[in-house]
Design a protein around this ligand. Sequence first.
Ligand code: GUN
Length: 356
Amino acid sequence: MRSTGVEGIPLGTFRTTEGFVAGMAAAMATSSSMHALQLNGRTRRMKKETMRAKRIVLVRAQAEKIDGKAIAAKVRQEVQEEVRQMKAAIGRVPGLAVVLVGSRKDSETYVRNKKKACEEAGIQSFGTDLPADASEEEVLAVVRGYNDNVDVHGILVQLPLPSHIDEEKILGSISIEKDVDGFHPLNLGKLAMRGREPLFVPCTPKGCIELLERSGISISGKNAVVIGRSNIVGTPAAMLLQRKDATVTVVHSRTPDIPFYLKNADIVIAALGKANFVKGEWLKPGCAVIDVGINAVDDPTAKRGYRLVGDVEYDSASKVASHITPVPGGVGPMTIAMLLRNTVDGAKRCIKQATN
Ligand code: GUN
């Protein structure tokens, strides 16, 4: 249940009118004569009559929607321009190889979208589709072939792999110079270490950070909570936030009281894969929410019989947060944009090394 202050002002995020401290304000609690306002992280009490005299009005604010589609389009434009310049300067373009094993519908869609995005950016697209019963040796042979191909600067093996194939073995066989997914243990290990630089950072968490930074949200010194600890998103997201000087807490399916951690979080990255799990009332007013979840929920009114929702209950969260990503149209488009970014960066590094 939402808490409600005296005079019917519910707890939540408010903007103050001019004449008061600019920025985000949150009405934390009210008494009959006082408002307790949290302004830019500091609590300030003010008598209601003072507020009236100063003509300060609290206006309920809706969180700013972080438009991942628009930010991703901008990144893709930047990448396309770099590819064009590279072609004009040296007559070469970056190349990305995508390996798909099996015929999972979701993986097929992701792979198709990745190849299409490459072509639009001017990146040369390579691909190998293997049947679900392909042997581990066959997959390794394909990876080795791309490792040796000088026109391929990035290699991506779509996950999950069929259960008879050892994911660790396959990911470890990708040349770290071409590991555009950033899943090679050496790249992930360097990401975890101070004073080391991974050659590539995993695309989805990198996209989350890009969304925060391009939305003007500072990370340094903030409390960040990452929900989920997967190798693909949660763990690298936590490491990236820590590298940006946030104080990071990782919570997960075995954490007994997730709201306890969220109430102090300035930044929330939700990546646990549970529809509408995070409720607005768990959040710290004015926080930034990055929702990585993409969950299908039944919806008889939708054309396909379902709709996509995130891990965060958007309607309640957007009344408390200062910034929030929608689903779809938030993190999703950024994953592909970051893959293109990584491929171009990898190609530049490869070509520079080869000419030195
Ligand atoms: N499966 C789900 N997300 C990803 C990703 O970012 N990269 C790869 N290779 N597989 C995935």
